[in-house]
Design a protein around this ligand. Structure first.
Ligand SMILES: Cc1cc2nc3c(=O)[nH]c(=O)nc-3n(C[C@H](O)[C@H](O)[C@H](O)COP(=O)(O)OP(=O)(O)OC[C@H]3O[C@@H](n4cnc5c(N)ncnc54)[C@H](O)[C@@H]3O)c2cc1C
Length: 309
């Protein structure tokens, strides 16, 4: 793993930085590139703008590793309100949740109950996505996801191509008709469990993506979404889809707000399914530093903000 990425991923877990860095105006200015604001209203405003460009949205309220039942219940209540607001507005918006924000560190059953309350409020034709967190949570996340999927066909899961295990996880899930959002993976993982170099991650991504596309074509995967900004990979996958005669509007790419905007719009214009994950909330520090780690050149952008008026 390149040194800068490693340093930034370690910094994303630093408590002192989390509590202090967020107060610096230049850090706050920098984060605004990746999120439209801290409030749900800001996310909804962004979703309206995206929708005018035929781009769907997925909301996530930033937060993780909640240590207190009351806070997990509050997050659950917040997501119920978010769904109410989305349905009322008619926006083409789904939600994506982190299980450690719904109390996974406290109890798997408690976390499942919270997830259950959320999915039961969602429309049947919209997916509730479950994020994948760092490797110690993968088994617990998959267990809860499988429980949810057995009850709700519209539960979706994020899987990470950097993990060696993911191929087996996909094979294990496919008989249950999962919806899958495939990403490369955003956490600091050791080479014993994750591909250490980018080329290998990209190739594994391609192999997993083509397998999920085939499953989608045969009815075994209601939604296969590719959560990536990698334009070369997207082009290769789109070519693969065309070559196999898969319909364009089944090919779905989801990106993060503010990253590769032109590509998001191009995909929508060309008839593909284009979506953007819109994050909001006050607990943005670890999430933001993971974005810096994905592209250390973002540090220059942050440095420019340091010297901006
Ligand atoms: C919709 C969505 C949901 C996600 N959910 C999860 C999740 O649940 N769990 C998880 O572990 N990870 C998640 N991620 C993050 C993901 O794992 C990667 O860390 C992230 O997408 C960067 O990888 P990449 O596929 O874009 O490819 P990379 O090879 O990292 O990047 C390809 C190109 O994209 C651009 N790019 C990538 N990242 C950035 C950035 N931060 N700033 C500016 N440009 C950038 C650059 O031009 C780069 O050259 C999610 C990502 C997306 C888009």
């Amino acid at each position: 793993m390149p040194v800068m990425r490693s340093i930034l991923l370690a910094a994303s877990q630093n408590k002192w930085l989390r509590e202090n860095a967020v107060n610096y105006p230049f850090v706050r200015r920098s984060v605004s590139r990746f999120m439209p604001g801290e409030s749900l209203d800001a996310a909804m405003e962004a979703a309206r703008g995206l929708e005018q460009k035929k781009i769907a949205s997925v909301f996530t309220n930033l937060g993780e590793n909640v240590k207190d039942r009351a806070e997990a219940l509050e997050v659950t209540g917040h997501y119920l309100e978010v769904l109410r607001r989305i349905h009322e507005s008619g926006l083409n918006t789904e939600i994506s949740v982190k299980l450690t924000q719904l109390g996974l560190d406290l109890s798997a059953d408690f976390c499942f109950e919270n997830l259950d309350r959320i999915i039961t409020q969602e429309k049947k034709d919209a997916i509730v996505w479950v994020d994948m967190e760092a490797s110690p949570y993968v088994d617990a996340t998959l267990d809860i996801y499988k429980r949810a999927l057995a009850k709700y066909p519209n539960a979706g899961i994020c899987l990470q191509a950097y993990l060696y295990r993911t191929q087996k996880d996909v094979e294990g899930l496919l008989p249950m008709r999962p919806s899958i959002r495939l990403v490369k993976g955003a956490y600091k993982e050791p080479p014993e469990i994750a591909y250490p170099n980018k080329h290998a991650v990209d190739e594994n991504y391609f192999a997993l993506a083509t397998a999920t596309m085939a499953a989608q074509a045969s009815g075994g995967c209601p939604r296969a979404a590719f959560g990536t900004h990698d334009v070369n990979l997207i082009r290769r996958l789109a070519e693969h889809a065309a070559h196999n005669g898969y319909p364009k509007n089944h090919f779905e790419v989801q990106m993060l707000y503010g990253i590769q905007r032109e590509e998001q719009e191009r995909l929508a214009r060309d008839g593909y399914r284009s979506g953007v994950l819109v994050a909001y909330g006050t607990y943005w520090y670890p999430w933001f530093v993971r974005r810096l780690a994905e592209r250390p050149a973002n540090l220059w952008f942050m440095a420019r903000n340091l010297f901006a008026a």
